[in-house]
Ligand binder design. Structure first.
Ligand SMILES: [Zn+2]
Length: 321
């Protein structure tokens, strides 16, 4: 009887031992399998490539699988992470930014982002992008975005000769521009500055005449430098005005006048921005024009004034959806 009990006990231990071995084996197998599975993840591959776990997770969260494959095909580079920290970084442009950076290593990353966002890496007039006319006061027209040939704003009004040169009826702007310009005019007047509009709405056909004149007389390269091609001029929007003062109408010296200085500091309050600033020629594609103002609305104008970016950059980041 005693012997049988001992035998039973031994058998129990025996089976227990087998079960324990099986459990250990299984958990080892599961662990190995999980390890094998993990090695196939982007997180593993990125950390192996030299990115920290935190950065790897950030890259995976922010970018597409295709972007990650692209990153893994290149040597580890902190500038990939630095690019993503840029204020106006757009995910969809990631590979374009990085390619541009590799080809132009001396260009600061902030500028790389701005250049790609504004399409400046392309030849002027080479993209044939269509201006999204539903954006109303915030439509974008530049050397890449073209307006419809037949577009003429429906709410054009003639500027009174108290505020513009030429014959009555020759200077037209959209109603909102007239209203806001008058507010601005009064504020400037109160400080002894007399603003005057020299040019405003220009139809496609009128811009064609301006452009062709330059082209015929001074050649295409010069024409492209000095005037917009028809369809690509902001003046066709009815939202752009060339502003001088009653005492200074000279394109070469207006920038130093009190009126120009007043406009730089105050126009945004009325929804206008200096569209082609001196230090942004590389982003706007236009030489400095101290007289060319564009109505974009007060909210956008205030942002642009505060952050000192171009409308092209603003549009790419906030409106191009
Ligand atoms: Zn202009």
């Amino acid at each position: 009887m005693k012997k049988k009990r001992i035998k039973l006990k031994t058998e129990v231990y025996y089976y227990l031992a087998i079960i324990i071995i099986l459990i250990i084996g299984a958990s080892w197998g599961i662990k190995k399998y999980q390890q094998y599975q993990y090695q196939k993840t982007n997180e593993y591959k990125l950390t192996e490539a030299g990115y920290s776990l935190e950065n790897s997770q950030m890259l995976i969260k922010e970018l597409t699988d295709q972007d990650i494959s692209y990153i893994l095909a290149k040597p580890m580079d902190d500038n990939i992470l630095n690019l993503m920290k840029e204020k106006y970084f757009l995910k969809e442009n990631f590979q374009e930014y990085y390619e541009y950076h590799l080809a132009n290593k001396k260009v600061a990353l902030t500028d790389v982002v701005a250049i790609i966002n504004c399409h400046i890496d392309n030849e002027y007039y080479s993209l044939d992008l269509k201006t999204d006319m539903t954006k109303n006061y915030a439509i974008l027209v530049n050397k890449y975005y073209q307006m419809p040939q037949d577009y003429i704003p429906e709410d054009l009004v003639s500027v009174k000769m108290d505020y513009a040169w030429g014959e009555y009826g020759s200077i037209k702007v959209r109603q909102i521009v007239m209203d806001k310009f008058l507010d601005m005019w009064n504020a400037a007047q109160a400080e002894g500055i007399y603003l005057m509009i020299s040019s405003a709405f220009r139809s496609y056909a009128e811009q064609e005449i301006v452009y062709n004149n330059y082209k015929e007389n001074q050649g295409e390269a010069y024409a492209n430098k000095i005037a917009a091609k028809p369809g690509y001029s902001e003046h066709q929007t009815g939202l752009a005005i060339d502003i001088f003062s009653k005492t200074n109408t000279n394109r070469n010296t207006f920038q130093d006048s009190d009126a120009a200085k007043w406009l730089v500091n105050n126009a945004y309050k009325y929804g206008f921005i200096l569209r082609y600033p001196a230090d942004k020629v590389n982003l706007t594609g236009y030489n400095y024009e101290s007289w060319h103002y564009r109505y974009v609305g007060e909210e956008i104008a205030a942002y642009i004034q505060k952050n000192q970016i171009t409308f092209d950059e603003y549009y790419a980041y906030f409106l191009n959806k």
